[in-house]
Design a protein around this ligand. Structure first.
Ligand code: C2E
Ligand code: MG
Ligand code: MG
Length: 708
């Protein structure tokens, strides 16, 4: 039954005696609140009001009937009277139910919140004349709501004003909610802007995707993270460091609904920590690693050297005139000098090497992963020369030199202390030797280093003073015994050393780069000689010239060969270039391109020392090669070593299959010759047929008709 019908039933005196009346009054007595019927007038004049009236208002029902003692209008809190009237009239106009909350002032003066629901009652003309409804005390609920609202306001204020960033997020949907502080930390104008923009946290926020993966893993495994540090991008792309705490928020089914946590910006702390770390491991004046870091690096270098079977070297450097400069020109100049020296030392090193300041005017260098002492010596020499270059201080041009001691791992020591001590004592030897120089700790290495330097100097001298010459070794056709070519082999007739064979200086020339001018000289001299013989009326012979790896690697090698041919007028088919297989294999594509261009000039190409390198059949087929020269080491033992014999046979067959000429090098005996004849080798070269000979001798022996 609706409340309207109920109210009608109660309001109608005729119905009061009806059998349900007892039930209604019972119901009404238990009803928490009051039921009423009032007129739509300025006092809301009550026609009926139930007993609940007393408990709700403090007045008896009779007090209200016909406004006997008080009107309902008066009961309504003055602040709410107008509102109540407006709501009622608006509802009646729309023919809707009235539903409103407002305050009343009880008889005892206390103020209560009430909830009223009512319906308008029309007269026979359809005009609303009365209201029927009920009113209940909702003060408690209102207070609870108010308390809740205030509590929410308080929390909101904490979150909104927190300096920490606070968030709720999910692994796939981005941020659900963030506070202004987090938006600020990540460089956004507002939380909403950040939520709209940051849709893919994994890639948009985290600098290292691995770190985000680690975060998700921790959330899954430990249900949260504490002080989890990562680098993130701000909106403008800047990178900052953050530390976050987060936990999983689970639903009733225990499934994770979202993450909730807080973030602080720890960039400044990180920078500070890095500074502290740097200060602990670096020298304040020069910015170079200090003694502590030096020890670590040296330890590392030793481990690297051990692993790669290389060497590591320690160079101890002491400035020769530091004390004098410091005392006479002052500490400021002294400091400046140390900085300049530090920079200069650094500029000589590779990135992997360490330049450290040991203290005072002492520097230590760790050279990591060098194959041999040669490169170490080169660096130390460069370093000494660079330190000795003049520099300006207080308008003066000053010059200092340094003395350097070098110890080498593993020869001179297997631990940090020993290596440093030995480098230090080598440095004192360098001082004794007159300063501005270096010494290895071991006598043997010193000898090697000095000899090397002397040979390099003499080689430069040799180039400038025409000390090189070419010898020619005949190549003989086995079938006929005729000389069908020659190989030009360099000889060095040094004024100080006598005749030096190429095995002694070619590797050094190669390493130092001197091979480039030397090789060019050989090429031009061999072409010129060949032309000279032809002009003298000898039958033309192809002459082979050895090309070094460095020459082959140069972009201008083809131009150089072309120029040598053109300037001497030699027909290209009388020039053969010998290259070793390893040179070619170093950069296959580049070599192939170079060889093709050389071939286009019309010269021949031979693979020298074949069998000692790593040629693959595949490349042999692709390369424009004319001849294979079987290395001397195989030929040497063909008569006694079955393996070598087998290899030589195999190479001969291979050459024939690939349609290449094959030359056996280093044939010294008749036995070897016979073996080669039997196995179909085309050509031979070796002492048995002729040693490398000076020009005159070669002409006399090899062009003489009937010699072969
Ligand atoms: P290679 O090109 O394999 O030259 C052959 C070497 O074997 C020459 O040594 C030659 O004298 C030697 N030889 C020839 N027949 C015999 C023999 O029957 N028995 C023995 N025991 N040795 C024999 P050489 O002249 O000392 O040259 C050595 C290497 O130096 C050459 O090996 C070549 O790689 C290089 N070389 C020589 N001249 C030049 C040059 O002008 N430029 C370049 N880049 N390298 C050169
Ligand atoms: Mg050769
Ligand atoms: Mg050879």
């Amino acid at each position: 039954m609706s409340s309207v019908k109920l109210a009608n039933a109660i309001a109608s005196p005729l119905l009061c005696a009806a059998p349900e009346a007892g039930m209604f009054s019972h119901l009404l007595a238990n009803f928490d609140g009051l039921v009423y019927r009032c007129l739509v007038d300025s006092n809301w004049t009550m026609q009926f009001i139930s007993d609940g009236c007393l408990a709700l208002t403090g007045y008896e029902p009779e007090d209200f009937i016909a406004n006997a003692a008080v009107s309902y209008e008066d009961l309504i809190h003055p602040d709410h009277r107008q509102h109540v009237r407006q709501v009622v009239h608006a509802a009646l106009q729309r023919h809707e139910r009235i539903n409103l909350e407002y305050q009343i002032v009880r008889r005892d003066g206390t103020v209560r919140w009430v909830w009223e629901r009512a319906t308008g009652i029309k007269d026979m003309h359809g005009v609303y004349i009365a209201l029927e409804g009920f009113i209940q005390d909702i003060t408690q609920r209102k207070q609870a709501e108010q308390a809740l609202h205030e509590a929410e306001q308080r929390y909101r204020s904490i979150v909104e004003n927190a300096v920490e960033g606070i968030f709720q997020s999910t692994p796939d949907k981005g941020y659900l909610a963030v506070n202004p502080a987090l938006a600020r930390i990540y460089g956004y104008d507002s939380p909403q802007q950040m939520i709209d923009h940051l849709r893919d946290i994994d890639s948009q926020l985290y600098v290292d995707p691995q770190r985000r993966a680690e975060f998700l893993r921790c959330m899954a495994e430990h249900d949260g993270v504490i002080n989890f540090e990562s680098q993130v991008y701000q909106r403008n792309g800047n990178v900052i460091w953050i530390s976050e705490n987060a936990r999983n928020v689970r639903g009733p089914d225990h499934a994770v609904q979202f993450f909730e946590g807080s973030v602080i910006d720890i960039t400044e702390r990180k920078i500070y920590e890095a500074q502290i770390r740097h200060q602990a491991t670096h020298d304040a004046l020069t910015g170079l690693p200090n003694r502590n870091l030096l020890h670590d690096r040296l330890q590392q270098a030793m481990a690297n050297a051990q692993r790669n079977n290389h060497i590591a070297a320690v160079a101890f450097i002491d400035l020769d005139q530091f004390k004098f400069i410091n005392d006479s020109l002052g500490h400021q100049v002294g400091d400046e000098l140390l900085k300049v020296v530090g920079q200069r030392l650094r500029s000589c090193m590779r990135a992997a090497d360490t330049v450290a300041r040991q203290g005072g005017d002492e520097f230590v260098i760790v050279l990591d992963n060098h194959r041999s002492c040669e490169t170490v010596t080169d660096i130390v020499r460069r370093m000494i020369a660079l330190v000795a270059e003049p520099w300006l201080a207080k308008g003066l041009e000053l010059q200092v030199t340094c003395s350097v001691g070098v110890s080498v791992f593993p020869n001179d020591g297997r631990d940090v202390e020993t290596l440093l001590r030995n480098a230090d004592s080598a440095m004192y030897k360098a001082k004794e030797l007159g300063r501005n120089t270096f010494q290895y700790f071991s006598a043997e290495m010193n000898l090697h280093a000095t000899q090397r330097l002397e040979v390099l100097n003499s080689l430069r001298y040799a180039l400038a003073h025409d000390e090189f010459m070419l010898h020619y070794q005949p190549k003989v056709q086995l079938a006929t015994g005729r000389v069908i070519g020659a190989e030009a082999l360099i000889r060095w007739h040094s004024t100080t050393r006598g005749l030096v064979s190429p095995g002694h200086f070619i590797p050094l020339a190669e390493e130092s780069g001197l091979i480039i001018p030397i090789g060019e000289w050989v090429l031009r001299a061999a072409c010129a000689q060949n032309m000279a013989w032809q002009r003298a009326g000898h039958a033309p012979l192809p002459i082979a010239v050895n090309l070094s790896p460095r020459q082959l690697a140069r972009d201008d090698i083809v131009d150089l060969v072309a120029d040598a041919l053109q300037s001497t007028g030699l027909d290209p088919r009388y020039l053969e270039l010998e290259i070793t297989e390893n040179d070619v294999m170093r950069d296959v594509d580049k070599s192939l391109a170079t060889l093709i261009r050389l071939k286009e000039l019309g010269v021949k190409i031979a693979i020298d020392d074949f069998g000692t390198g790593y040629s693959s059949l595949n490349y042999l087929k692709r390369f424009p090669v004319d001849t294979l020269k079987i290395d001397r080491s195989f030929v040497n033992d063909i008569a006694t070593d079955a393996d070598d014999a087998a290899i030589v046979k195999a190479v001969i067959s291979l050459a024939h299959i690939l349609n290449l000429d094959v030359v056996a090098e280093g044939v010294e005996t008749d036995e070897q010759r016979r073996f080669l004849v039997e196995n179909g080798c085309d050509e031979v070269q070796g002492y048995y047929f002729g040693r490398p000979m000076p020009v005159q001798e070669f002409a006399g022996a090899c062009f003489h008709p009937g010699h072969a």
